[in-house]
Design a protein around this ligand. Structure first.
Ligand code: APR
Ligand code: ZN
Ligand code: ZN
Length: 369
């Protein structure tokens, strides 16, 4: 498996945008500088990876996606200070240099120099296939047996957290719970609606419960998702396929303090704005197709003083938030286990993404290669 520190690993590769994942062997370099070689034990199938496999956003090909990663440190580069072999880690696509003004001000998710976590254009690629570069998306490339990652993108996690649950911490939980606790600043007693109860949206419900929201309304078009919602803190559910979601939320609350859109659709983003009460804010989390701008009559924002904002990666500080959410999970205060619909082999990745597209499942997690 190894020669001169280079390992050969199985990976799910995208060779053309819009094509299926292909399971192939790639070579992965040994760690240098601040890099950490991670034995991937679990990697979640986040919807964003499918988005980047199907929409050309300029990522180089061939491409290894996968950004919801948990595993064990195998080896570290000479400059790594915070991790040693054997540590359990969670990866995140939040790329932060650690030294720019935003990073030092405690906002690593707004880093001005995010590519500092990647190798430079003149350095050999971390991943190769037959000697040719393969791009590991977001500095992670988690759909593979091993990943080579800058230590700033890894947080140490308690070994008591199972790998599948730990992997979800890296995106779904950071994005969803963080959007509420860090991004929106939901206060005790506030009313909250969440549109789209996928792997991220269910975590927005969890965040609202942790924040002490008085009314938490989950909106989805899939009854199986709505049935899951109560175990994440929803006090009410609305099926947006059977009824007018805006009218239903207005009837239940008179208009919410916070609406979260967690799909990335024009229609549901406009719904999130329309279901706000006076002084309410719509938090847009889902990634949109670039050709579908939303339409807003600004007058509907003015007198009621409604706001709209984008929240990215739950405004998270990985090193503060991953241990915090792991502790909440271990204390029984954060439901992670019901997020994991199925543990699969990497060979099943295309079928599992088909199921995710159909909306019936929360998360499949690859736990074997
Ligand atoms: N109204 C309400 N819910 C809907 C609608 C609709 N019109 N259309 C789809 N949904 C629901 C689906 O039934 C599903 O439960 O939205 C949910 C989307 O969940 P996932 O596909 O699991 O997506 P997830 O991984 O949670 O990501 C959601 O957040 O971080 C971003 O890139 C990510 O844009 C994506 C979004
Ligand atoms: Zn994700
Ligand atoms: Zn920075």
């Amino acid at each position: 498996m190894t020669s001169k520190g280079v390992s050969r690993v199985r990976a799910a590769v995208i060779n053309a945008i819009g094509s299926a994942f292909e399971i192939e062997e790639v070579e992965i370099a040994e760690p240098q500088g601040s890099e950490v070689l991670v034995d991937v034990r679990a990697v979640g199938l986040c919807h964003s990876d499918l988005h980047f496999a199907q929409a050309d956003v300029g990522m180089p090909l061939p491409l290894v996606l996968g950004h919801e990663v948990a595993g064990v440190v195998v080896a570290v580069g000479e400059d790594v200070t915070g991790l040693v072999p054997g540590d359990h880690v969670v990866g995140s696509l939040i790329q932060s240099c650690g030294t720019c003004p935003r990073c030092t001000a405690g906002a690593p998710f707004q880093c001005l120099n995010p590519f500092a976590t990647l190798r430079g254009p003149d350095e050999p690629s971390r991943l190769t296939r037959d000697g040719q570069p393969v791009f590991g998306a977001f500095g992670l490339g988690g759909f593979a047996e091993r990943a080579l990652v800058h230590e700033n993108q890894l947080a140490k996690v308690d070994t008591a957290v199972p790998f599948a649950e730990a992997s979800i911490l890296g995106c779904g939980v950071l994005t969803g719970v963080g959007a509420v606790l860090n991004g929106a600043g939901v206060k005790e007693g506030d009313t909250v609606a969440v549109i789209g109860l996928g792997g991220v949206g269910l975590n927005v419900l969890s965040g609202a419960r942790l924040a002490g929201a008085s009314r938490i309304i989950g909106v989805d078009v899939n009854d199986e998702k709505l049935a899951l919602a109560a175990s994440f803190g929803a006090t009410d559910t609305v099926n947006g396929a059977d009824s007018d979601a805006v009218a239903a939320v207005l009837e239940l609350t008179g208009g919410v303090d916070h609406a979260f859109e967690v799909i990335g659709m024009k229609q549901t983003s406009e719904q999130a704005i329309a279901m706000l009460g006076v002084g309410g804010t719509a938090h847009l989390i889902g990634i949109h197709k670039p050709d579908r701008p939303i339409e807003i009559d600004v007058n509907t924002l003015l007198a009621p003083q409604r706001g709209i904002r984008g929240v990215y990666m739950g405004s998270s500080d990985l090193h503060r938030d991953v241990p915090r959410y792991a502790k909440l999970f271990l204390d029984g205060e954060l439901n992670l286990s019901d997020l994991i619909s199925r543990e699969i082999n990497i060979d099943q990745i295309n079928d599992a993404y088909e199921e995710l597209k159909n909306g019936a499942i929360a998360r499949s997690v690859i736990t074997s290669f």
